[in-house]
Design a protein around this ligand. Structure first.
Ligand SMILES: C=CC1=C(C)c2cc3[nH]c(cc4nc(cc5[nH]c(cc1n2)c(C)c5CCC(=O)O)C(CCC(=O)O)=C4C)c(C)c3C=C
Ligand SMILES: [Fe+2]
Length: 507
């Protein structure tokens, strides 16, 4: 199914609106009578369901749009927050902002160990509980097998990922923006899979004696596989550390609906549209990083719903500016044999070409830095595919990077969240039970973990003969046997893959 909005005019877009209630019900989970993760988002608007200045009652999940939409009193909220912050300085507090990101290999030699870290993450490869002991051997196997292809990609974009450099620059720019808004704070970068690792950032935060911390994942939309994974790691680090248990903090889990972000995206799109010979005829093609379908359908990942709403908001902003282009949302970069969110970017490009679309503007939407999937997958592979599919004019919107409106908005998000830093951690006991996400992300992750265990097997009744159930169970037995062989091979360095030269010998 394509997410296509026909041109011209404000005809309804075919962007299905999933119920967001699960996401926001989880977000609104209350600890100690106050809500959790609405911090930093909702302080502008106070709909009826909102009981506190920054939250809503857990009994009354709000309409997300109403709650999250920035309104004209945004600057007022920032001003209030700023005066609260000045009070923090009187109390001699040291404010830190921890930017969480994915991380990327800096050299080609880093590629395999980076991939190992990624695939060793149980939020990336989800093994049933009984098979968790296989996580690391499997990560070793997949990372070794995938490294040559990944290396080719990284070699073609200059020999490594630009992610560290860009994230550091975003951190610097955020620090300056906060300083200009009279909020001196130190910004730290903590990567999930490569340097500087989250653990390194945390050590620096401790050395600097930070007393109040805002945790800001650099993913606009929340996914279990990205922000969720980073927060889970952070939570485990916090739980083990006496200093961190006592450090007040808050988390901004996703921020795709912020006015500054939406406007910055619309401005970038508008600029690129006008490079086309007929701007009004261009199909705006949002390409988001995919996740396996089961994350959304079985584990309750809000990623798809947030992505669709984000696209809606950007398109509304463009409409306000007089642009009524058609748009499509598709998902790219799938890895492995399972089904991922659809429609897939490559299939969609081909379908659009067949439908006679002639001008396509690709908009990377799930990430705010240039990275391998914008520089290689979109700029090279998808462009080539588009031209082969009959598309005549191709463009690509750059990632936000250090775009000033965007950075200024991130600074506002941080400022708005500051008065609520530590509001939840009223005692050590409570803090230990519910640390980083003030209860909410933990609940989200816990909900998906428990759901995973409760999933019914695909085939319940055994039937003799060449049946679906026989195929399934034979297939499972065969997979386990192959897995066992692979694990043995990767750990011992001996086996058929080494003999056939598919895997290099162990050093
Ligand atoms: C919102 C963004 C991202 C989601 C969601 C996401 C999920 C996800 N990714 C993989 C597997 C890989 N991702 C890789 C690189 C990579 N992923 C993201 C973002 C999201 N991933 C970025 C920004 C990058 C690039 C980092 C860089 O170095 O520039 C890779 C490595 C590259 C490759 O070999 O293709 C893999 C593998 C899974 C399995 C997944 C969801 C479960
Ligand atoms: Fe990824």
């Amino acid at each position: 199914m394509l997410h296509v909005r026909p041109a011209p005019g404000p005809a309804p877009r075919n962007l299905s609106r999933l119920s967001l209630s699960r996401t926001y019900a989880i977000r609104s989970s209350s600890v100690g009578g106050r809500t959790g993760l609405c911090l930093g988002h909702c302080c502008h608007c106070k709909p009826l369901s909102c009981k506190c200045k920054l939250g809503w009652s857990s009994q009354q999940p709000p309409d997300s749009r109403q709650h999250f939409r920035p309104c004209s009193s945004a600057s007022e909220a920032v001003l209030t927050a700023q005066s609260d912050i000045r009070n923090l300085f009187v109390a001699n507090e040291k404010i830190g902002v921890l930017l969480l990101n994915l991380g990327g290999p800096e050299t080609l030699d880093d590629v395999q160990p980076f991939l190992f870290n990624l695939f060793a993450d149980p939020d990336i490869i989800r093994l049933p509980r009984a098979f968790r002991f296989l996580q690391k051997p499997l990560a070793q196997f997949i990372s070794v097998a995938r490294a040559p292809k990944s290396k080719e990609g990284y070699a073609s974009i200059g020999g490594g990922s630009p992610l560290r450099q860009i994230t550091d620059a975003q951190g610097e720019a955020l620090m300056e923006a906060l300083c200009e808004k009279d909020i001196p704070a130190k910004v730290y970068v903590g990567m999930r899979y490569w340097h500087p690792f989250t653990e390194e950032a945390i050590e620096q935060i401790k050395r600097d004696g930070i007393t109040k911390l805002v945790v800001l994942p650099l993913y606009p939309q929340f996914s279990i596989s990205t922000s969720g994974s980073s927060l889970r790691l952070l939570e485990s680090i916090f739980r083990e550390d006496e200093y961190l248990v006592n450090m007040q903090h808050t988390v901004i889990p996703s921020w795709y609906q912020r006015e500054g972000y939406i406007k910055a995206m619309a401005t970038l799109i508008e600029k690129e549209l006008f490079k086309f010979p007929k701007p009004q005829k261009v199909m705006i093609f949002f390409s988001a990083h995919g996740v396996p379908l089961a994350y959304v359908e079985e584990a309750g990942d809000p990623y798809k719903a947030e992505m669709e709403e984000c696209v809606d908001l950007i398109m509304e902003e463009l409409e306000k500016r007089g642009m009524a282009n058609p748009c499509t949302l598709a998902y790219q970069s799938r890895v492995g044999p399972v089904e991922w969110l659809k429609p897939y970017t490559d299939e969609t490009i081909i379908a659009l070409g067949q439908r006679g679309v002639k001008s396509l503007l690709a908009v990377p939407i799930s990430f705010v830095s240039e990275h391998i999937e914008t520089l290689e997958e979109i700029d090279v592979e998808y462009k080539e595919l588009a031209l082969e599919s009959g598309i005549k004019h191709w463009g690509r919107v750059p990632a936000l990077g250090c775009e000033p409106t965007f950075i200024s908005d991130l600074a506002d998000a941080v400022i708005e969240s500051l008065p609520y830093v530590g509001a939840m951690a009223v005692s050590n006991l409570e803090a230990r039970q519910s640390l980083v996400p003030l209860g909410s992300v933990e609940e989200l992750l816990a909900a998906y973990d428990s759901k995973r265990d409760m999933l019914p097997p695909p085939v319940i009744v055994w039937e003799w003969g060449w049946t679906k159930s026989a195929e399934t169970w034979n297939g499972r037995a065969a997979m386990l046997a192959v897995l066992a062989l692979l694990v043995l091979e990767v750990t011992t360095g001996h086996g058929f893959l080494h003999q056939w030269g598919i895997l290099p010998p162990l050093p």
